[in-house]
Design a protein around this ligand. Structure first.
Ligand SMILES: [Zn+2]
Length: 197
């Protein structure tokens, strides 16, 4: 259980605001033991929260997680110093296990080696992309934006200036997935799914 970064989603609350957009509040705990990622993570978390806010998801980063969230919905993210060998997708920057209680692994060496865009922006995008897989509860991608299966050089250039957007379908599946996952909080289905980037 060392060298792990934990990302736990808790207390999903759905309300109807003035805009009629569904808002889900999630608590996320991060544990990071990659020294190079410490400062980067703080900026990445700030950027990731802004990106999720655009999709009607309010992220609360918590320092510790010692209580079972009201919904039981939790996501665990491990920031690994090195990508493990034998990955299903050789070039993957991270892997999500949306059917495994919401585990995510981010391979910091892969992000670092990519070179661009700036690491805080790239880490935010990877964090949001993989967390979205977990929230949606299945392995799907979109033709454009943050949920593309593989970002192009143009996407990497674009994310230097502003976050890649969610598509309307992305947002719909996020909120549908949160509601569905909350109902299946006790599920221990063993299936895993590796995803890119
Ligand atoms: Zn993906």
């Amino acid at each position: 259980m060392s060298a792990l970064l934990f990302l736990v989603v808790a207390a999903t609350i759905e309300v109807r605001g003035a805009s009629s957009q569904t808002i889900s509040t999630i608590d996320i705990q991060v544990r990071n033991t990659e020294p190079q990622a410490a400062v980067i993570l703080e900026t990445a978390k700030y950027n990731a929260a802004k990106m999720f806010r655009a999709a009607g998801v309010e992220v609360r980063w918590v320092a510790s997680f010692d209580k079972t969230p009201a919904t039981g919905l939790r996501i665990v993210v491990d920031v690994l110093q090195h990508a493990p060998s034998g990955l299903r997708f050789e070039g993957a920057l991270a892997t999500a296990y949306p059917f495994h209680g919401g585990r995510i692994e981010i391979f910091f060496d892969r992000l670092f080696a990519l070179g661009a865009p700036p690491l805080p922006s790239l880490l935010a995008h990877v964090l949001v992309h993989e967390t979205t897989h977990v929230l949606q509860g299945f392995d799907r991608h979109s033709e454009t934006g943050i949920m593309k299966a593989v970002w192009t050089a143009a996407d990497y250039r674009a994310m230097k200036w502003r976050p890649l957007p969610f598509t309307p379908d992305d947002v719909e599946f996020i909120h549908g997935g949160i509601a569905r996952l909350a109902k299946k909080q006790q599920s221990t289905a063993p299936t895993t799914s590796a995803v890119e980037p």
